[in-house]
Design a protein around this ligand. Structure first.
Ligand code: ZN
Ligand code: ZN
Length: 559
């Protein structure tokens, strides 16, 4: 008789709360038995069909419901799409947080903005290994990306190793001098990896991405070509290596540096405090003092590389920032590429800058930006080193995920071992198989001002309706005793110009009066019904006259 106890394989679950089938609000959770760890907690910016929404975060319902099981929150790097929702998560969940120095400094900044204090943030370094609960060991591995302190994660679980690439590229000449740790990645591949989850952002770009060092060379040439002009360089505030290169070039070319834009000032301050950004304090000049500095001695480093409406560069391009008036002696460098969807905004800014006589240099005709995400050959390189049994492309829209799956198949992976995921998916693994488990709650929670999740589809629909067709308001005064109408006023916003449409206004009032006179006593008693009837009749009337469909509010005042 065989006494050997049969090993029961409990599944390891990988759940996606965000960042799959979309680029933004990255968040995944791993669960084994009753232990959960969270990888990243990002936000995303609202799309055009979400007017007035400030930001979008993942739906945390599953994690809140399983609060006591959560052993830790692991952050791969400090970009908003990986840490931006942390203040909201930490309101509901208390768990230790792990990340590199700069990542946690940025998280701390966000928490402080939200007046949240007293959280335990644990700093790790590349090569650090931490144990979480009985089921998880997490190793941090250095990778190159457009922010320092970026890591891949090798997570050892009872079922096997799960490898998250995080956002990465392979830069052999990075700023800071340390390329992606391919040696360690290869060693982990040798141990045998159960499942790999890889960045898919640039899968459609063939070959390899440009090194950050090349950007420095291109910027150096711009400094040389514009010796007597003022330089204004727009880039992402989180691209600390880019800012470092600009600071170094400014020193070399004897220019002072003025930072402009709230996040630029903020990140420069945080990064220099922890030694990620190194410069001589004397090189900086306050934006209020730049009038004393000649054009050829100044470089302004600003936010607004995406043409965001409220950003510093956009305001300069519209003459809304009187400390920096753009003119013919300015050379503006957009050291970034447009995030898909932002092209029109940035085009407007570039056109406005040209109108003012400035010279504008951007990615299309100068190497002033390098992507932080590896191109196809870099993604292939890491996939071939890790050699996972199962593969899940992440950090991509459906087309990127599909393309990444095809690339993996072209490298010999079986289609049955690749999964193209969706929000809310729960993938279950034992050491031999991968299967789809029950979906978990997942989706987008909209944040508007202090409200989290109180802006839903109905509010959005109203905002869209108002923004497209305007508002038409009718106020009816009714004497409660006699049931007589004592007043009928109409007003509108964003619908028609009232002064020129007296006829329309008068007729609209007539419509209301007629509706009222047609109704019998019973209908008049129910004011909600009365308001609805008025709304319907007005809608028909206004549409027949204008072919427009404003939002109609009818109000009744008793007197
Ligand atoms: Zn990133
Ligand atoms: Zn990202």
């Amino acid at each position: 008789m065989n006494n050997q106890t049969k090993k029961i394989d409990l599944p390891l679950k990988i759940m996606f709360l965000g960042g799959i089938g979309e680029i933004g609000k990255n968040m995944a959770a791993l669960q084994y038995k009753d232990e959960i760890i969270i990888v990243d907690c990002g936000m995303t910016f609202p799309s055009v069909d979400m007017p007035g929404v400030d930001l979008v975060i993942p739906d945390f319902t599953y994690l809140v419901n399983n609060h006591s099981k959560i052993k830790g929150i692991i952050l791969t790097h400090g970009h908003e799409d990986h840490i931006g929702a942390m203040p909201y998560l930490l309101r509901d969940i208390k768990a230790p947080v792990f990340g590199t120095n700069i990542t946690l400094a940025l998280v701390e900044g966000r928490l402080r903005e939200n007046k949240m204090e007293g959280f335990v943030l644990n700093t790790v370094r590349p090569k650090s290994v931490i144990s979480l609960g009985n089921s998880f060991k997490v190793e941090f591995i250095h990778v190159n990306h457009s922010i320092p302190g970026s890591c891949a994660l090798s997570i050892t679980t009872p079922v096997g190793i799960v490898f998250f690439t995080g956002d990465f590229k392979v830069d052999f000449t990075p700023i800071g001098g340390v390329p992606t740790d391919l040696v360690r990645i290869a060693e982990i591949g040798q141990k045998g990896v159960l499942c790999m989850l890889s960045d898919s952002t640039n899968i459609e770009r063939l070959g390899i991405s440009m090194s950050e060092t090349s950007v420095g060379r291109a910027l150096n040439n711009i400094f040389l070509d514009n010796l007597d002009r003022r330089l204004i360089i727009a880039t992402f505030s989180s691209n600390i290596h880019r800012i470092q290169q600009i600071l170094d070039l400014a020193k070399k070319h004897k220019r002072r540096v003025a930072f402009r834009g709230r996040s630029m000032l903020n990140v420069a301050d945080i990064a220099s405090k922890i030694g990620e950004l190194k410069y001589d304090k004397n090189i900086l000049v306050d934006i209020d003092q730049i009038k004393d500095i000649s054009d050829n001695n100044l470089v302004i480093v600003t936010t607004g590389s995406q043409g965001e409406p409220m950003s510093a560069l956009t305001r300069m391009s519209n003459d809304e920032f009187n400390k920096v008036m753009i003119g013919a002696m300015d050379t503006i460098v957009i050291s970034a590429s447009p995030i898909p969807g932002n092209e029109r905004m940035i085009n407007t800014v570039i056109n406005n800058l040209y109108r003012k006589g400035a010279k504008v240099i951007y990615e299309s005709f100068a190497e002033v930006h390098a992507s932080g995400h590896g191109y196809q050959d870099e993604l292939k390189l890491v996939l071939s080193l890790v050699k996972p049994k199962f593969f899940i492309p992440v950090h991509g829209e459906p087309r990127h995920l599909k393309k990444h799956a095809e690339v993996a198949m072209s490298m010999g992976m079986s289609p049955q071992h690749i999964y193209i995921g969706d929000l809310g998916d729960c993938i279950e693994f034992d050491s031999r198989t991968m299967r789809l488990g029950d979906k978990i709650v997942a989706g987008a929670v909209l944040v508007d001002g202090l409200g989290v999740g109180d802006v839903g589809q109905v509010v959005l629909r109203d905002r869209k309706h108002l923004s497209e067709d305007g508002l038409f308001v009718v106020v009816l005064g009714i004497d409660t005793r006699s049931q007589e109408i004592t007043a009928c006023e109409v007003t509108s916003r964003g619908f028609v110009y009232m002064k020129e449409t007296e006829e329309l206004i008068d007729e609209a009032k007539d419509v209301v009066m007629q509706v009222y006179s047609r109704l019998d006593q019973k209908d008049l008693a129910d004011w909600n019904l009365l308001k609805n009837i008025i709304r319907k009749e007005l809608k028909t009337y206004l549409f027949s006259k204008t072919r427009r469909n404003p939002m109609i509010l009818s109000m009744i005042l008793e007197n």
